[in-house]
Write a protein that binds this ligand. Structure first.
Ligand SMILES: *Cc1c(COP(=O)(O)O)cnc(C)c1O
Length: 470
């Protein structure tokens, strides 16, 4: 090896020399020593390689600075110890955004999580007898009260709710379902696959766009275990279409002694038409129509924690409670605590709308959105570089989570364009900001949708945009 290069390599400071510096001491105070040493090795190894690869001419001007090495070590430590699951700013306008964690919890649910995390709780104990109780009693009464059902059970998510319902009611038998309802929900949930998994044979009836009661009638036989209806929550079949009403299926089912299961997807408990949304059938509607079992998600339109909620006739819910799968799909104390607190808010509709962030974001008025857009725009204008162009405009946001699939919610957005950077580049920089900011891109502009922004997000957005220079 070249002698001068060797000389340079020898100038790379030793680990102990770096640790003896002020910043080195500070790093040891702030991080585990082993990790700091690992960071120093990582950075100095890179430096060594850099020197070996460098032309001699450039090497003459190259200076090794201990401070710079330690700065890089610090960066390494910050990255290494930062969490993978980060809180983000959701400026996409999609309220139930599955990739960003679906629903935000109401204050009462957050407090409950804090409580059950720091204290022992009455998860599975009967206070009167002091004997073992059942965790399922915790929300069953509230759920039956709110939905009108006889009994209720909560499992890990709606996919497991459907799996458990089918397994316990129709294993080894057939489930009759309309072809137009063989849905796929993002992230590999497909009704035909769930059926296979639960040991239930699929008996499709009707065509893609139309199914009649007579189709179900013809398909019913001694092997039929359930009649399944799936709410086509993330799409709508429009045009020349026909579906059989839940009521129709219930009548047919009771004639033949076959239970009717409805997968509602994102079950909703309240009518949001007073706030300008279209009517979405509620869980109560399904129970009233006589469904034997109804399943829905806890973290879609309900606005609670991830959970699969099963309500319906006691005889069927009891079968599910004792099914061995139920143990594998059971929910923990955090889910139950947050769900109970969320459901409590539903005792009064206006209260639920105010307290539950998902409902609040879906029903916020246009005026309010516009006012907030202008307020945020004014803050942003003060800091952004002159290369940005900014406008406040009316736009459309979506409910998300496979709910209200065709509903266009009027919203206000801040529209940003930049003279040199593309919308994709700006969006990427915002995503890589700390905290990350997620936006929507439309026609070459970055849009910040006020519907899903909270007031405390404003400062983060302003800071993130302030840091984009050129
Ligand atoms: C979302 C959805 C599911 C899956 O619910 P998860 O809670 O995400 O497991 C199942 N069926 C329908 C119709 C859905 O919309």
């Amino acid at each position: 090896m070249n002698k001068r290069k060797q000389g340079y390599l020898r100038k790379i400071p030793a680990v102990n020399d770096l640790l003896a510096m002020d910043l080195g001491q500070k790093l040891i105070n702030d991080y585990p020593r082993q990790l700091v040493v690992e960071g120093i090795r990582e950075v100095t190894d890179k430096l060594r390689k850099q020197i070996l690869d460098m032309e001699l001419k450039k090497l003459n001007k190259f200076k090794i600075k201990k401070e710079e090495i330690l700065d890089q070590v610090k960066e390494y430590l910050v990255n290494k110890t930062s969490d993978q699951l980060k809180a983000v700013v959701n400026a996409t306008g999609v309220v139930v955004h599955t990739n960003l964690g679906r629903s935000l919890l109401c204050d009462a649910a957050k407090e409950k999580l804090q409580q059950v995390a720091s204290k022992y709780s009455t998860l599975e104990i009967n206070r009167e007898s002091g004997e073992r109780g059942s965790r399922y009693e915790i929300v069953e009464e509230l759920l039956t009260e709110l939905t009108g059902a006889e009994a209720a059970l909560v499992v890990n998510n709606n996919a497991s709710a459907v799996l458990l319902a089918l397994s316990s009611l129709a294993q080894g038998k057939e489930a009759i379902i309309a072809r137009g309802q063989l849905v796929e929900i993002g992230g590999s949930f497909r009704i035909p696959d769930v059926m296979k998994q639960s040991g239930v044979k699929l008996a499709e009836v009707g065509t893609t766009n139309r199914v009649h009661l007579a189709d179900y009638k013809r398909a019913i036989n001694e092997k039929t275990g359930v009649l399944l209806k799936v709410h086509t929550s993330n799409y709508e079949v429009v045009g020349f279409t026909k579906e059989v009403s839940l009521k129709g299926l219930v009548e047919l089912g009771s004639e033949h002694g076959v239970p009717v299961v409805e997968d509602l997807g994102s079950g909703i408990l309240v009518d949001l038409t007073p706030w300008g949304l279209s009517y979405e059938p509620t869980v109560q509607d399904s129970i009233k129509a006589g469904a034997d079992v109804v399943t829905f998600s806890g973290d879609k339109l309900l606005g609670g924690p991830q959970a699969g909620i099963i309500v319906g006739k006691k005889e069927y819910i009891d079968q599910m409670k004792t099914h061995s799968l139920n143990r594998a799909l059971r929910v923990d104390k955090f889910t139950l605590g947050a769900l109970e607190a969320t459901l409590q808010e539903y005792r009064e509709i206006e209260n639920a709308r105010r307290e539950i962030p998902t409902l609040q974001m879906l029903t916020v008025s246009e005026d309010e959105l516009k006012k907030r857009a202008e307020k945020l725009a004014a803050k942003i204008k003060k800091v952004i570089s002159l290369q940005f162009e900014l406008k406040v405009e009316q736009d459309i946001s979506r409910a998300g989570g496979g709910a209200f699939p065709t509903e266009e919610l009027t919203t206000y957005v801040i529209k940003l364009a930049h003279q040199e950077l593309s919308a994709e580049e700006i969006a990427e920089r915002l995503r890589l900001n700390n905290p990350p900011v997620f936006t929507r891109i439309s026609k070459g502009n970055v849009l910040l949708d006020l519907r899903t922004l909270q007031d405390e997000d404003f400062a983060y957005i302003v800071e993130a945009l302030d840091s984009i220079r050129g």
